[in-house]
Design a protein around this ligand. Sequence first.
Ligand code: FES
Length: 276
Amino acid sequence: MKHSAVTTGSFVVSALSSVALSVVYLGGGQPQLEGLFLGISLGGIAIGLALVAKETLPHGPFEQERDLLPGDSDEHEAAEDAFDEGAEPLERRSFLTKLIALAFGTLGIAALFPIRSLGTKPGRDLFHTAWAEGLKLVTENGVAVKAEQLAVNGVLTVFPQGHTDAADAQTVLIRLPPDADAPGPESASVEGFVAFSKVCTHAGCPVGLYQAESRELFCPCHQSAFAVMQGAEPTSGPATRPLPQLPIGIDDDGYLVALGDFPEPIGPGFWDRGRD
Ligand code: FES
């Protein structure tokens, strides 16, 4: 059976359109053009398949007279001739199959390109912030914080020196009363100063409110509360993980400094999975 030029043309146009879609995407992308080429590509395949079905499938109803036992040699020869004649359409069909495969293949390749739009791999970045040993704690204006500057029960948002734009490193510095036992490892706090990540472990909002009487930090987004004296364990709200504690000390000049990065990833993330 001979397939019409429209049928083969549909698959060719579809394949060319998929190639054009890839070229536009690689060239920086243009949503209208990409939509147009995708539409042509899918439309070409749809039209082509519909025409193939129309041209290939028999249109009935059919009736055929049959002998009960075909057997004489004339009939065998007739059957062989019919088989040989069928070889040609089969070859044509194989050409059409290649065209269909080409149309689907180019469209499949074009469909793979948007994977690039997922961006770069995060790698190990989610496990680290800009905090490092020896970096001073500075205000959002970059001013280094001296221990004597913060009053008892005072709270201050601090950043690593030189990284005031690092949102994942923002930290809440709290000065506890002298009689309070600072939470966490002894080496993580100094003279009543404790520091916790300001990034809420629920959905990443800044945990900006501190209530000195109850010694709790509050997240304004969904009202999670974190008990400072229990190492910023969540006590209410949707957060399930404590705010990581930043190990801090005081240098010889009286400035507060970090003793390293947070010991665990800050904020919400995949490490929350599996927790009760
Ligand atoms: S982001 Fe803090 S409670 Fe939801």
